[in-house]
Design a protein around this ligand. Structure first.
Ligand SMILES: [Ca+2]
Ligand SMILES: [Ca+2]
Length: 317
């Protein structure tokens, strides 16, 4: 047999066989082993294969605060592409992927949960579809800014429909206490949109949200309504829009279908939903912030009851 020469036809053939063999080894390796074959020298006269284990990062640490700041020492495997970060509400799981850090020399990741809590993290190294065993878990306490749900303490009917909003015991529409304000035979039209002029509307205010003026950002606003109707036939829903300047301008309304005659709690928005705009703390003050509730039904015989209107704001302290 002729001697092989680097770069010659035989060397190419040998390399090609080695590549094919490497692919076979990788394809055949069960994912659970997290090991594979590494093709280590494509220039040599005879290409070499070596088994290797992709190593996780070491020294995983997490610092708490308004975010969770992860740090680690990178893997020693130069072919690593990056790291996957998983989070769980307890050390035992269940873990879910929250993000990744690249390249393989990366040394950390910042995660921003939107609710207070103790969070557990673990990190794996990846290279293609190849993944290391886990580093961690390690935990940190994250405290974001959250107002808790605050009920309104003032309200007034708006124009539209019967022009009297919740005309029955309107003050009962703020605190959730089982006593409800009523809007009987709501509206003057049969449209089912939130913006129809024939729909009864009522504005609620003075929530005492108390978002500090030093807050760095507003993350989300949730409106919680406790509403009932006299019958569920047809199309029945409640819409809510927000004002940041005492009712001069309003956001696009969000809506929810009403599914029960009993007083039922419905949420609009979320801890990460901003109703289509960027807010400042001052715009959430009692002087400026308003919630407009719009009762919508295709029947003008529909009666609406509202026990409470509450708002929760999540912010970055
Ligand atoms: Ca009314
Ligand atoms: Ca009430």
């Amino acid at each position: 047999m002729a001697a092989r020469r680097a770069g010659g036809p035989n060397a190419s053939l040998t390399s090609g066989v080695a590549v094919a063999l490497a692919l076979l080894v990788l394809a055949a390796a069960p994912a659970a082993t997290r090991t594979g074959a590494l093709f280590i020298d494509v220039q040599a006269a005879t290409a070499a294969l070596a088994a290797d284990i992709l190593q996780p990062p070491t020294g995983l640490g997490v610092a708490g605060g308004t975010t969770a700041t992860l740090t680690w020492t990178p893997t020693g495997d130069a072919y690593a592409a990056g790291y996957r970060v998983e989070r769980a509400p307890a050390s035992g799981g269940s873990y879910a992927l929250v993000g990744s850090a690249t390249p393989g020399s990366a040394t950390g990741y910042v995660d921003g949960p939107t609710t207070d809590g103790t969070y557990w993290y673990r990190v794996t190294t990846y290279a293609g579809s190849w993944q290391s065993t886990v580093a961690g878990p390690a935990s940190a306490v994250v405290k974001v800014g959250v107002t808790g749900y605050r009920a309104c303490t003032a309200q007034a009917a708006d124009a539209g429909g019967d022009a009297n909003g919740y005309e029955g015991s309107p003050a009962d529409g703020c605190a959730v206490d089982g006593l409800a304000a009523t809007d009987v035979d709501s509206g003057t039209g049969t449209g089912t949109g939130c913006t129809g002029s024939g729909k009864d509307k009522h504005r609620f205010s003075a929530f005492g949200l108390g978002v500090p003026g030093t807050a760095a950002a507003i993350s989300g606003i949730t409106v919680r309504l406790r509403v009932g109707i006299d019958a569920t036939a047809g199309t029945n829903r409640v819409c809510a829009a927000l004002s940041w300047n005492a009712g001069t301008n309003w956001t696009t309304a969000q809506s929810v279908a009403l599914t029960s005659t009993a007083l039922t709690t419905y949420s609009l928005g979320s801890s990460s939903f901003l109703w289509g705009r960027t807010w400042t703390p001052a715009q959430l003050s009692d002087a400026n912030f308003r919630v407009r509730v719009i009762d919508v039904s295709n029947s003008n015989a529909r009666d609406f009851s509202i026990d409470g209107v509450e708002v929760q704001v999540v912010y970055v302290p």
